[in-house]
Write a protein that binds this ligand. Sequence first.
Ligand code: ADP
Ligand code: MP5
Length: 270
Amino acid sequence: MKTALTIAGSDSSGGAGIQADLKTFSALGVFGMSVITAITAQNTCGVTNIRELDEEIIADQIAAVYDDIPVGAVKVGMLSSAEITRVVAGALVKHGAANVVVDPVMVAKSGSRLLKVEAVEALIQFLFPIADVVTPNLHEAAEIVGFPVGNRASMERAAIAIKAMGPKYVVVKGGHLPGAACDLFYDGKEFAYLTNERIETKHTHGTGCTFSSAIAAGLAKRMPVFEAVAVAKRYITVAISHGFSLGKGVGPTHHFYELYSQAGVVGDGE
Ligand SMILES: Nc1ncnc2c1ncn2[C@@H]1O[C@H](COP(=O)(O)OP(=O)(O)O)[C@@H](O)[C@H]1O
Ligand SMILES: Cc1ncc(COP(=O)(O)O)c(N)n1
């Protein structure tokens, strides 16, 4: 059985964070494990409270998993603070983590901050150098590089600047661009665009979490990185096209094994 670990925040409404990650792992036929960094009181309308866990229990969760179970890939999501970021990076180094996907989660779709402004520097300093893939959206890319990112030319400049911070691959997500949903993949040499038609829906809660977990699932299945990203792009497109209205606000993406096997996104799940 292939395994993947998510290190992220809990979303009580089940659409994003740890919950979206575990649903994605399951739908893609990978055994999911989780380390919780923070608990959000959250629903489709927004985040009403955040409680960070202390660094000791975060490090102990990571040790409990790595000391016992082979981890095929790890996805890192919400880290909340600079201290948590440092502890997670240190633990991943200590345990020799491989196939590290970092989704630099900063702000929820509803506008609440999920990573303190002063923690962005720690993310760049401690986690980017050990990341295989980093997956910023346009807003996160801009906050990381310090210039606006809003079209293909600036996405390419941002990808080059982020690559120089240490990750092996960068995917700048263009979900917030006008027009097609166009993501930029950069390996340090060439750019490749992964493009799908924009799906007209407001139900996009958890899209970034789902996409980065799907990449981790592909890496856990030992796919080459570009293939894992391409499969994740197909997965997120199907997940958004079956997104649905739940609650009063922004509904979630859909994760259902049968759907993905019919769409040819997953095999037999090994
Ligand atoms: N309306 C949409 N239609 C199709 N794909 C989308 C749509 N919105 C986002 N995506 C895709 O979903 C993934 C997550 O992107 P994005 O929304 O930019 O990230 P985040 O959730 O971190 O803000 C990307 O592959 C992006 O292209
Ligand atoms: C706990 C948690 N983690 C991450 C997100 C970002 O969600 P999205 O994938 O919609 O950007 C979120 N809303 N809550």
